[in-house]
Write a protein that binds this ligand. Structure first.
Ligand SMILES: [Zn+2]
Length: 140
């Protein structure tokens, strides 16, 4: 009986601590303008403003919220309370994002330059006849 009371008291203390942590993180998870709960990225679904991302409290998140936050790269691999599996998932998505960013960086500059050149050539053609003579613009 005595053991149960002691246990119960400890559980109550732990529960209190969880609740106050929950309230603190809830408070910083709400948009100050429209009082809507922010997305883990810090975006307000109500007004679309982006705030600094709310602190992550893995203990109060559901499995799917945790999975989504990990997928979106909001959880650093060193975060306390992650399972070994979750740490591996964090690292997997970090690597995926890095590779994707590198691919985009490698692919982006060339087509931009080409399209600008071809559009310049297209525009120049309007002022040059097939025989090479220049078409003079008639001003209204
Ligand atoms: Zn808002």
């Amino acid at each position: 009986m005595g053991i149960f009371t002691h246990e119960g008291h400890r559980n109550l203390r732990a529960a209190e601590q969880n609740v106050s942590q929950g309230i603190a993180s809830l408070y910083s998870s709400i948009c100050g303008i429209c009082a809507t709960l922010l997305e883990p990225s810090g975006r307000c679904p109500g007004c679309g403003r982006t705030f600094s991302p709310p602190p992550l409290n893995l203990a109060i998140m559901t499995d799917s919220q945790r999975a989504a936050a990990i997928r979106d790269g909001l959880v650093p691999a060193g975060t306390e309370g992650l399972s070994q599996n979750e740490v591996r998932t964090v690292q997997f998505y970090a690597r995926l994002r890095r590779q994707r960013a590198e691919r985009e960086q490698a692919a982006t500059p060339k087509p931009k330059v080409e399209s600008r050149e071809s559009s310049l050539a297209e525009r120049a053609k309007k002022f040059i006849r097939p025989d090479g003579s220049i078409i003079e613009m008639s001003l209204p």
